[in-house]
Design a protein. Structure first.
Lengths: 415, 415
């Protein structure tokens, strides 16, 4: 059993195969949550799991659970999961490497007639990316009781379509209640999406926890007018307010080095015509810090900045805090099993704090959880150029396999 | 003949009637150049002119000429014109008041069996607004030989559709060569689109010329990346570059008071996702000044600013100067006829310099031209709330009528 290894080539081929669903011309993926391509990859996933003898259930927020029985099926399942949705111009590995590593583990166990004591579950979480429906990780959040199902269903994209309607449309609004589903433990593999492992040449990141995040929606209202006639001192210009806030949050992040981060990723100008002073601007701010105290300080600095900009530009600004996720620690025992598996398998590894949010952070609220990071090229992610090495994906899947087998062994003994 | 007056109620009713074509819920218009609603209003216009006995020709850039014969039809026509296209959330008067005042003048002359010596022409210029196809006033520019027909046809909207294709699609790509069409003189009525007449309570603006304009397209390229992992000092952030340029051009305009103007009206962020550092930003700058020297200075300051921002943000910026229109003077004799008509009719009036560009400024390159401004409420334009008073529209149309009759009389005597 110590010799069990995943089939790295099969895993890589599967990543490339599903990478055709929603493929972009530049080698990336556009598979927005609850889009037609999301449906297509879900259908593929369900079929792949059923062909291994798994039973598949879907909950009311679209999370898919594929279950492989254990020798003692009354135990809470050990779960592996991640997500199959992507950014509008995302890569082939973000989330996908995690789900398909889980699939490869099920295939490996099946090939080797290896039965765990506890049942195993492989999970595809809905709308991890959050770029279509805010907040991010809304469905693992509903699973963990952080959001209500009603809140998730009511989330609306920029075209006015709701999460609930779109879930219904693609046929993945299941009957199982979100959260009525106990897990014994949860493990997730993911690309790092940062440069640390890649630049060090380290194969495995043992994720001990994650930085905190704050997401904001801002709507600035000014006075729409003719660009050729309205004197400068009379203008109430929402673009100027947005520009000052973009500059200001950049400065706030720089004021909290080296880990403070701030990003204005989305801007929508109305009416967006070159010779019209815009009447309003909608934009987003994403701020992160691994230290709760410092993140709170950044939040306070943002509120001060907004008031200053309102006063200076004579605009009105509505600020909504759409996501508030404090820094988190994973379960020490599960983290230890990941670290031990990497050591036993002979992979170079280091402890690491996650920059991005992950479904595992939501699941950690209701089950012991841990994560495995693998390097991605130059740390580039949320980009069509996102890339990972086949040997690193294989290594990560092997660590995941041995961590769950160890968890299964130890809990079987303990009971 | 001195007693001839337009029918103000009929003119107002006509403005309200055509205001149904492309009407927006908030009382404005969305009638983008070469859209289906542009076609609809053109069809209405052609029919209205033909019903008065006019012959209608369309040139190869879609300009529509409706001709009413003179007693000496060998003379160059005296023309009245403006445009029927609008901003995406524009008003009911911008351009439209000019074309429909011309129509009302033709109707008034017809009702009174009044025949001018020179033929009269009423013109609808294509794509004055320039918000769909840059540059603005592209078709009166082609008429005046400022742009080639090929250049106009190749102009592309943000969806990649060309001016030529869209002209063909709506059935207004005529056979007459643009510019093979001599005018004796050209008069245009327009709302002021600024607050001067409105705030003074003056009825008529005698337009002596127009400020200069410079339009720019900027594409900033940085490095797309994950908002949760890329350390601040390593970022190449195009939004930050755009923010600094928006702040900077605002400062440039304020450095050239009181007439300097600068506007960032359109911004497109890619991929425009809240947790992705954008890879690129496209945006526009519109700068104006009535003094050629100062406008050149503003242009120079912008180039310096762009270089500074490139250096400070480690981004690449491509800057295209898509419109360069120096300040202009209208024909003194035509301007005098507008001023005299306002005086004779007893309307309060003042000389004024136009803030926006107008087709008349292009036509002025090939024919003596002048303009009549009327007040609009609070100077608001390029906005659904744009409004004008019926009595001011009537007054403007009467000034236009008497200016062309006077021009016709004087040139008939002179020959």
């Amino acid at each position: 059993m110590q010799e069990l290894r995943v089939d790295g080539k099969r895993l890589w081929d599967t990543i490339m195969e599903t990478g055709q669903i929603g493929a972009t011309p530049r080698g990336g993926l556009n598979r927005l949550a609850l889009s037609d391509t999301d449906r297509e990859v879900r259908d593929w996933f369900v079929e792949a799991c059923r062909s291994l003898g798994c039973t598949v259930t879907v909950d009311e927020v679209g999370n898919i659970f594929a279950r492989r029985p254990g020798s003692d099926d009354s135990r809470d399942p050990i779960a592996i999961g991640s997500h199959l949705d992507t950014q509008p111009s995302g890569g082939k590995f973000d989330g996908i490497a995690g789900v398909l590593s889980g699939l490869e583990i099920l295939r490996t166990l099946e090939d080797n007639h290896y039965q765990t004591v506890a049942p195993l579950e492989l999970i595809d979480w809905t709308n991890e990316e959050g770029c279509r429906f805010a907040p991010t990780m809304i469905a693992s959040g509903a699973f963990a009781g952080i959001y209500s199902t009603e809140f998730a269903h009511a989330s609306t994209d920029r075209q006015g379509l709701t999460f609930g309607e779109e879930l219904e449309r693609i046929g993945y609004r299941g009957k199982a209640r979100a959260g009525d589903h106990k897990l014994g433990a949860y493990f997730e593999l993911h690309i790092e999406q940062g440069p640390i492992l890649y630049e060090e040449g380290t194969t495995i990141g043992v994720v001990t926890g994650a930085q905190g995040q704050m997401w904001y929606d801002l709507t600035v209202k000014g006075s729409q007018g003719h660009a050729g006639t309205t004197p400068m001192p009379l203008r109430r210009n929402p673009v100027l307010a947005c520009a000052r806030l973009a500059e200001g949050v950049n400065r706030i992040a720089l004021n909290h080095p080296p880990s403070g981060l701030a990003t204005v990723g989305l801007i929508e100008v109305s009416p967006n015509s070159r010779n019209v002073i815009p009447g309003s601007v909608f934009f987003t701010i994403d701020m992160r810090h691994p230290d709760a105290e410092q993140l709170r300080a950044m939040h306070g600095e943002l509120l001060t900045l907004v008031n200053q900009v309102v006063a200076d530009t004579n605009t009105d600004i509505d600020l909504q805090n759409v996501l508030e996720m404090p820094p988190k620690q994973f379960d020490a025992r599960c983290v230890g099993m990941v670290r031990d598996a990497a050591t036993r398998l002979g992979y170079s590894h280091r402890d690491i704090v996650s920059g991005p949010g992950h479904d595992a952070l939501n699941v950690a609220a209701v089950a012991p959880a841990a994560m495995v990071f693998i390097p991605c090229e130059k740390g580039i992610s949320h980009n069509e150029a996102e890339n990972a090495k086949p040997e690193d994906v294989t290594a990560g899947a092997n660590v995941l396999l041995h961590a769950i087998m160890e968890y299964d062994r130890r809990t079987a003994v303990a009971v």
